[in-house]
Design a protein around this ligand. Structure first.
Ligand SMILES: Cc1ncc(COP(=O)(O)O)c(C=O)c1O
Length: 371
């Protein structure tokens, strides 16, 4: 039977598997950092209204530059970060994954490299691979903070064209302070002028302020955001970036024309009208996240400090390691994530009832393992 490797596919894709967290039909799904709260009914009704309006013009291509949406996203960023951002600073695409892909298409590519500090969001390396960009795995401290001295040394030695900083970091939950970003930015500019991408997909869940103000006077710094997490709209596929207007011009060289459908633009605009309600859910999730941290610690787990809507916990160094615990939780109807970080798993903060189910399952698994 013909398989991928029998096709004249690019050499670097041979033997690889596609990204994918298991999409299993279990009662409690806490594995992909989604927001557990469905969109509120008034917003669902508003989406229907705005989409109906857009539908009347679906014979036409959408606004290629998504100006209204970018303007509203800029307003949202200005309001929530206190930093003045304009339409020209903002770009939007189908999920922040597409934003990151467009950035690598424009600033990475064959003969170029990107660095990320692992463990981190695995798509950074996969998007690098997909765009033919070489990948450099960068170092972290044992406690998952970025090891700034070691990072600066690797940047000086390898001179990457793109530097990824994920804050709060997935899967560890660790937020990065502004001084660290500035140190990496300066090291990256010294090595060669390279693009520093701060991935703030979970920014709204952090105790720390956004790193967005750092784009001021730093044209090679980009902050990437998404409506998948805080806005509870993972199914919408809407990500965006804030940067110097020149970066926005650069991604337009590689974006497909009309990449953002009229339906997507209309839906995102409706969601932005309901920002306050949606950010209310974020507050609830932060409380639940902190409860997960406290309860897991009370069970004797080692828990990484989290600024996101998920928690990394362990250590499971017994037989079967973290994967055995993952399996035992799954058998109790709870799906968490095994990111391959040795001895650790990641759980997304769900509704209070989902979190209770997870915590009960964890207590049972730990009890069973001790027996
Ligand atoms: C750190 C990080 N960045 C980006 C994304 C991509 O999100 P989306 O493409 O849904 O905007 C995710 C999704 O899990 C993520 O964890």
């Amino acid at each position: 039977m013909t398989g991928i490797d029998d096709l004249p596919i690019r050499d670097e894709l041979r033997g690889q598997s596609p990204y994918g967290a298991p999409q299993l039909d279990v009662p409690v799904r806490l594995n992909t950092n989604e927001n557990p709260y469905p969109l509120p009914e008034p917003l669902v009704a508003r989406i229907a209204e705005r989409v109906a309006e857009a539908a009347r013009e679906l014979n036409r291509y959408p606004d290629r530059d998504a100006v209204e949406l970018r303007t509203e996203l800029a307003r949202y960023l200005t309001r929530t970060t206190g930093h003045e951002v304009g339409t020209a600073n903002v770009w939007a695409a189908n999920g922040s994954n597409e934003v990151l892909q467009q950035l690598l298409q424009a600033f990475g590519g064959p003969g170029r490299t990107a660095i990320g500090f692992e463990p981190s969001y695995s798509m950074h390396a996969l998007i690098a691979r997909g765009t033919g960009t070489g990948w450099i795995p960068g170092p972290r401290h044992e406690d998952f903070r970025i090891d700034v001295a070691a990072a600066k040394a690797v940047i000086a030695e390898r001179r990457p064209h793109v530097v990824f900083v994920c804050s709060p970091n997935n899967p560890t939950g660790t937020a990065v302070d502004a001084d660290t970003v500035l140190a990496l930015y300066e090291a990256a500019q010294e090595a060669r002028p390279s693009l520093v991408i701060v991935d703030e997909a979970y920014g709204e869940f952090s105790h720390r302020p956004s790193l967005l103000p750092l784009i001021d006077g730093r044209p090679n710094l980009v902050v990437s955001r998404t409506m998948s997490k805080a806005f509870g709209a993972a199914g919408l596929r809407l990500g965006y970036l804030a940067a110097h207007p020149a970066v926005v011009d650069a991604v337009q060289l590689v974006r497909l024309p009309y990449h953002l459908s009229a339906v997507t633009q209309a839906t995102a605009l409706a969601a932005l009208e309901h920002t306050d309600t949606l950010l209310g859910y974020v507050e609830q999730l932060k409380t639940e996240r902190d409860r997960l941290v406290a309860e897991l610690r009370a069970m004797g787990c080692e828990v990484t400090e989290s600024d996101a809507n998920f928690v990394q916990f362990g250590r499971f160094d017994g037989p079967g390691g973290a994967h055995a615990v993952w399996q035992a939780l799954l058998e109790r109807g709870v799906l968490v994530r095994d990111n391959g970080v040795p001895g650790r798993l990641r759980v997304t903060a769900g509704t209070p009832a989902e979190n209770d189910a997870f915590l009960d399952a964890m207590r049972a698994v730990l009890k069973e393992n001790n027996r």
